[in-house]
Ligand binder design. Sequence first.
Ligand code: MF3
Ligand code: CO
Ligand code: CO
Length: 269
Amino acid sequence: MTIEIKTSEDIAAMRLAGRLAAEVLDYITAFVKPGVTTGELDRLCHEYMVDVQGTVPAPLNYAPPGYRPYPKSICTSVNHQVCHGIPGDKVLKSGDIMNIDVTVIKDGYHGDTSRMFLVGQPSVAARRLCEVTYECMWLGIEQVRPGATVGDIGHAIQRHAEARGYSVVREFCGHGIGRQFHEEPQILHYGRPGTGERLEAGMIFTVEPMINAGRREVRDLADGWTIVTKDHSLSAQWEHTVLVTADGYEIMTASAGAPERPALAARAA
Ligand code: MF3
Ligand code: CO
Ligand code: CO
């Protein structure tokens, strides 16, 4: 039960893997339009990773204990799908919201990031859910510094989501990441300030809140992977991989096309 402290060599490699993961999202953005299938988006990302970047798509054949091997190279979670949606024949239509989650392996290190995509013209309510979830991710990230706890991150996220009438998914969480896809610690997206593991410089983990417009309960589909909201309400998710630095955090999954940090109250000094 130990959280790895990354060396400067690890950190340099994670910076590269993280940027490459984010650049897959930059690349695919122009292709997300009404009429395209999620399977086509998977094919395009797979080719970009393997042929252009020389990265390995980490999801492909990923099989944690109790799971069958994941059959595709990215996750595409549309509307009431919470996470781990499997790309396939689904045709995107105007009004859909979709999370694309990309994890690449470069030189043995993982970079993991996801964004929400608006297809055509989603409703005001759908856009608002995506926006607030983005703010949730950033409010969580802004807690990150040596001495803070994982509960501080979860609390900041939960508070923002619930104040807006949304709910936080409990069954999936952020995670340490490095040479392994999923390492310690678990980063819950709910919690109480000052509880849980204490953060130290050199830790690297993801912050990836899943926020539902309705109730928080989820269920899994028969494909063995796709998670949906029980009440069929919309769900959104954003994910960055972050490093704990001497005085705060560094985003490992930054890229030219990543959306700006939102205008939120600055972190208390
Ligand atoms: N990228 C997801 C995460 O953020 C994990 C996806 S596992 C897969 O942790 F097999 F579905 F790809
Ligand atoms: Co992740
Ligand atoms: Co991910």
